[in-house]
Write a protein that binds this ligand. Sequence first.
Ligand SMILES: [Zn+2]
Length: 241
Amino acid sequence: MITAGQAAGDATARCWSCGAVCAVHFCNACGKVQPPLPVDHFTFFGFPRKLNLDTAALEKEFYELSRRLHPDLFGQADDQERAWSLEQSSMLNDAYRTLKDPIKRTEYLLRLEGIELEEQSRQATEKARATGELKKQVVPPDLLEEVFELNMHLEELRAQKKLGEDDPALLEEIGKAKLSLEEKYDALLNELKAEWAEWDKTVEAGTGNNRRQLLEKMVDVLNRRNYIRNLLRDVNEAVES
Ligand SMILES: [Zn+2]
């Protein structure tokens, strides 16, 4: 992985075709595609690693580069340049897809910064679901009571369904709990954005004292968000089955 500084250094390299000092993706002088650099998604677009990203600028840059990398433009190009244009296109699409989505962007930054997300735990959750075991996910402390009550209601609902019974009051209770969870789920995006603002400040200031702490806070928000998402899935399954 090349850092932004190195990539910026490479940007002043010479064009393979005309020898002019060229830009990152294309030569400014002759317009030829340059060999792709193994850069991260932020660097690909020339952005700093900030999370509050100018999505309008991202989109504009994406469409501009897509247009210039369109395969039709390389019909007459030599094999090497065509291969580079395809490679750049694929990097462009990956980078755009990842950065435009607030959650994917955050998860990507966390990985870049060396934080492993709880992928294993997610796998464990899937496995537990498949085998019908109890999930070993940790309940976020602020949800303990709510989750306990909801799970009781879901158990009751499943039992009633087996007996072919119908209890509108129970369904209403579950519906209320679901609504409350959905509100919390949405609120977590705002909580995440507050952490973004703190993170961006440290990037701007170039300081690193509380970086790790901020990243861990983001992981915590994402974990709580995932927890609620899984719970809502359980609720929907129980109600619709
Ligand atoms: Zn050139």
